[in-house]
Design a protein around this ligand. Structure first.
Ligand SMILES: [Zn+2]
Ligand SMILES: [Zn+2]
Length: 146
């Protein structure tokens, strides 16, 4: 798969097409979050790809950014309501929603977070790494011990 092409780009768009995006240096590792905010936002566990800061948008005037917590923002298309990304404030890293990408075949599902918040009525059959809230905070939140 990694055949030496210099940079792999990923492209996608919302349901109505008013917003499209390009991710440079594409990452194909998919994470899922089972926390209550993600499930309330999306109606189910969120599935996303960490795309870092190098994401560009077309139709930016159609993006509404919702300030969902002290540490993150969530964006959606104001024309069709498609969710577009979850963005961390401290490093501007965009977690793009996997379903928005035009090409789906290279993705692999690797990580589930906030597994201690997952309701009992569903389970993914995929074997992935799993982290609880406490483990997520320890691994991903900077300055946790300062
Ligand atoms: Zn749209
Ligand atoms: Zn979440």
């Amino acid at each position: 798969m990694n055949d030496g092409r210099e940079i792999s780009e990923g492209r996608g768009h919302c349901l109505c097409g008013a917003v499209s995006f390009t991710v440079r240096n594409m990452n194909y590792s998919v994470d899922s979050c089972h926390c209550g905010m993600c499930r309330r936002w999306g109606g189910g566990p969120l599935m996303f790809v960490d795309c870092g800061t190098d994401v560009s948008f077309e139709g930016e005037e159609n993006i509404t950014v919702y300030d969902s917590s002290d540490w993150a923002e969530r964006a959606f298309c104001k024309q069709c309501g498609s969710h577009l990304f979850y963005r961390l404030k401290h490093n501007n890293a965009h977690q793009m929603l996997v379903g928005q990408f035009n090409e789906q075949e290279n993705f692999h599902f690797d990580l589930q977070v906030y597994v201690d918040y997952k309701p009992a009525f569903y389970d993914f059959a995929n074997k992935t790494r799993e982290l609880t809230e406490a483990e997520v905070i320890e691994e991903f939140v900077p300055g946790q011990n300062t």
